[in-house]
Write a protein that binds this ligand. Sequence first.
Ligand code: SF4
Length: 307
Amino acid sequence: MLKKIMIARHHGFCMGVKRAINIAEETAQDKDRKVTILNEIVHNETVVQRFRDQGVGQAYSLDDVGEGTLIISAHGIAPHVIEDARAKGLDVIDATCPLVTRIYNIVMKVIENGYHVIHFGDPHHDETQGVVGHAPDKITVVTSKEELPNLPDWTDRKLGLTSQSTCNQNEVAEFQQLAKVKWPHIEIFDTICNATTQRQNAILDLAPQVNMVLVVGSKTSANSVRLAQISDAICGRGILISSAEDIRDEWFADEKIERVGVSAGASTPEFLVEAVIQRLVALSGGTAEVILPERRERIKNVASQAG
Ligand code: SF4
């Protein structure tokens, strides 16, 4: 029987996501011009759909945008895309997270100083494509430590190592160690963002205390996927759900499931997390405690709200 619902210390919207949504909402107020978001403003289907419902256009290629204002998503973009958009006569509003811009700045600075950059990340992710787009010939994307043996020795050049802002911090730490062995002269730059570190540390704290962790977030959200993977490795059940509707009653048929943790990726709105909590309380027959770890105390029993 589900008795406790424990909420991760850090979860949900990060600074970069809030900022991008605010910029997009403000820009969407302009009813005189067509406003289009290039790529998903943040990787959450509910947020994306809300902008669509407001009449904001959604495009995945500049070729599909003919006029008006173009919003660059929180994950950023290659600089030539912004140049091409301006050349087409579009007004460009850049909602790139400042911590992604920080990665661009690090990468460009070391490249100007003659370095080749190894970037640890997902080559298909918008953020990585934006980083690589800054200097395609000078950046090599590496996805896993297994690729290391096949990479050149690069004894002839200075090397820098960066990573996608939302990577698993333990995987990156391990990769950094192995890279240092292969290329003793490599210079390492920590580019995982604070929001990612906080949310992963909160999971490392929460997962050992529960029988299951539900992470609210979209499959396209790299940091949400990561939180579910980390939870799964620790407590044996880390499940990514996009909303309360994804929760299955049968997950709780096992009497041993007494404590469930709840977290959410950096692009997940809080109302989706609230709905998940309400659904879990209802599943417990209205008896489960909801515990916020900040204060380590029983904060409320939302049985009366479960309806
Ligand atoms: S996860 Fe980090 S890099 Fe990405 S938008 Fe949030 S703060 Fe910025």
